[in-house]
Unconditional design. Sequence first.
Lengths: 280, 318
Amino acid sequence: MTINELKDIASQVRRDIIRMVHACQSGHPGGSLGATDIVTALYFDQMQIDPENFRMDGAGEDMFFLSNGHISPMLYSILAHRGFFPVSELATFRRLGTRLQGHPTTAEGLPGIRVASGSLGQGLSVSCGAAQAKKLNGDSHLVFCLMGDGEQEEGQIWEAAMYAPAKHVDNLVAIIDYNKKQIDGSTDDVMNLGDMKAKYEAFGWKVYELNGNDMQQLVDTLNVARGNAHKGQPQLLLAHTEMGMGVDFMMGTHKWHGSAPNDEQAACALNQLKETLGDY
Amino acid sequence: MNLEVQNYKDTRSGFGEGLLEAGKRNPKVVGLCADLTGSLKMGDFQKAFPERFFQMGIAEANMIGTAAGLAIGGYIPFTGTFANFSTARVYDQIRQVVAYSNKNVKVCASHAGITLGEDGATHQTLEDIGMMKMLPNMTVIVPCDFNQTKNATIACAEYEGPVYMRFGRPKVANFTPADEKFIIGKAQMLQEGTDVSIFACGHLVWKAVQALPILKEMGINAELINIHTIKPLDAEAVMKSVAKTGCVVTAEEHMRNGGLGDSIAQVLALNNPKPLEMVAINDVFGQSGTPDELMKFYHLDTQDIIEAAKRAVARKVK
């Protein structure tokens, strides 16, 4: 798939995000918009998957885990457009009885979801286990895990960060959505994360730093990471992103972490986002 | 059932043997341990299946998450650490990625209860049954002796779904049949009686066995049922027994709040309220001491079951 085609998909995903959170007047647009390019590159370019025949065990395919589950509208839109479930189902987001719960869950049987996430800090551990299962099975496919940056404040992240290199979980590619913002403000103010690259490198990870909103850089870096898999080290993409990317008034602030746009704001946002694949 | 002692063994060793046997029967069984391989008796499994054993270090949260990931990949993970690190320390992890996500993870907890002994209250978990039974999808098993723990471990591997299994540190009487198939959720009748129903779990089952002949001498013909599965509770067996005896004693090495007694009380209150006496720890933390000293001090001994049975019988409406 070309870079422009990937960008078009990302634009549609961003439209879906705005429409989903606007429709139910809840959800997390800021982080969803910021991480859209990363997960679009994974699902539409990088990952070898079979959406029509979703298997919980992911045997013979790449697997993705979203650790910061609150950016669920982005994931739901991408899964739907990739063919895991009907795009029309996006209209049910956060409604009573929906499979598209506020935070992703397996409880409602939504294809594409393998574990519940939302309580932060747990996805990297689950990804380690899934990656080790692949090793036991002799399956050379990769496991990808997207984490938030605020989530790095959770202790369990560092348990997993120590575990993966120590146990040579080298079929694991973790990605940090590094937007430097969390609910209460900038990560610098809330809990200075320090030098994330140096920290992960000190734990034994191979780290790549890139612009996580640059589709070309994402595709290139993910290809490099795939080439360096199975070489003894887990890998991490420190992907610098902008929370709210694509909608001017949502960028440069943490205030759209967990608030929905009103009618006027939604219309303004949608005016900035090209409809490419068709709205649900 | 023949209630003779065969030998004295720790229930955790039953877990170790059961895990080894489950590993032999099913190549999908994997073991994870947070730096307590010796204490959990997981060493034989580790030796037999080194590629299926994961040393997790002192990082229990990561262990639960990794276990969930292995379960997603089609494996049957058994996690092993002490009961407090298996539950309270990782409650949110178990809640989100095991119970809510309905993963086939077996959380196996040793050194449960007051009989952990000298290490004291920091390690004496008396709340774990309550925490675990509150989680939807979770099965909670508390076997009573070595043989039963071994057989329960094998049964856990054959059962699809999240399980919490609790066992203990000290050597205790081993008296259940070695070859008895463990049926999850099916209460075990140990002795039929007519005057009082004693429902016990874990180490308290043997304490209750010892109470039976003494009660008989007092003219109390007690029925003893081993509730080795706290959840799902065999409510039918409970109701059937109580319909016959008309009063109840529950006995467990756990807090009164949230324990076996609390589950039994709920069944009775909703269906057929009868006098109920609870042998359990009542809202206090433990302390250092030998297991036997502590069982006496906290009134979890055979004599306490006898007294409770007398009180229950006396409360029956004539």
